[in-house]
Ligand binder design. Sequence first.
Ligand code: FNR
Length: 337
Amino acid sequence: MGENAWAYVSGGAADELTLAENRAAFIRLKLNQGVLADMEGASTGLELFGQQLAHPVLVAPTAFHRLLHPEGEIATATGASAMQAGMVVSAQASLPLEAIAARATPRPWFQLYIQPDRDFTWSLARRAEEAGYAAIVVTVDAPVSLRNREQRAGFRLPPGVEAVNLRGAGAQPGGDAVFGGLLQGMASWADIGALRQRTRLPLLLKGITTPADARRALEAGADGLVVSNHGGRVLDGQPASIEVLPAVAQAVAGRVPLLLDGGIRRGTDVLKALALGARAVMVGRPVLYGLALAGATGVAHVLKLLRTELEVAMAQTGCPRLDSITPDILWQPGNGQ
Ligand code: FNR
């Protein structure tokens, strides 16, 4: 990919402290080996919101895939489907959401931003429902961010690449005046309740990082949460998503499934996230790198590596099923030695 696209995809907010922390925190976590476990009939399968999934690695919602490959989200859906991976399609996809859904198995999920025009927002959710999406993921972290690496690179979308599903939604964030400008029409908790009334699909909130927000999300009717700091692209200075997961899991106490994203680069990272309370994980940038390099084949390859690494890590830690993955597989000085 060109330097502009590289700055957009690989960068994070401000000094990229949180971006780095998402990796550093996984590196700090250490694993205990578990030998001679009975791995007969081992499986990575799970059920999530009534869907049977072959493994717990989903494609995170990311914008503008045609920036990286001419076949855009169709290539991503094709590659993900080849690996039986769930895919969350971004509200800022560069191809019509119906065309992407037609190429995706298992049934994909749709990521929504609450638009200043609420009627447009509800109609987009309805469109996703009619197109066969299996869940709605509302991204709730603030729609404003300052990504200096991207600014320095002078990033602009090339002509012909746009958020086609948001045509008619009115002005999108991107200006300079924050208070009184970008934040006009910003989403609030009341909007989550309103959306809950308007869709039959499972509703997840993405961008939850604190126990207080997690409890509030459940009160608002969320069916699932994605613990995420948006890959370090929004509030710089937040802890790693994996570091806040245990406290969020404790607050939620198993009432709804938790997903985690941010810094998942190896099968052992998937294992660590599941050990700390996630039911599944999502992967952002690695999928985009695969897409840029080799289209659908590249996406499939990235997901295949992660899936294989997860299976190997489960065998090495003595976990035949996802529900055998407990905090006991994490090494602590003085325990599990
Ligand atoms: C994103 N992410 C994102 N999230 C979202 O809800 N809607 C979106 O349109 C986008 N767009 C987007 C573009 C790019 C280029 C990136 C890198 C990320 C965030 C994404 O869903 C996810 O939270 C992170 O990418 C996870 O971190 P990793 O796996 O990239 O470390």
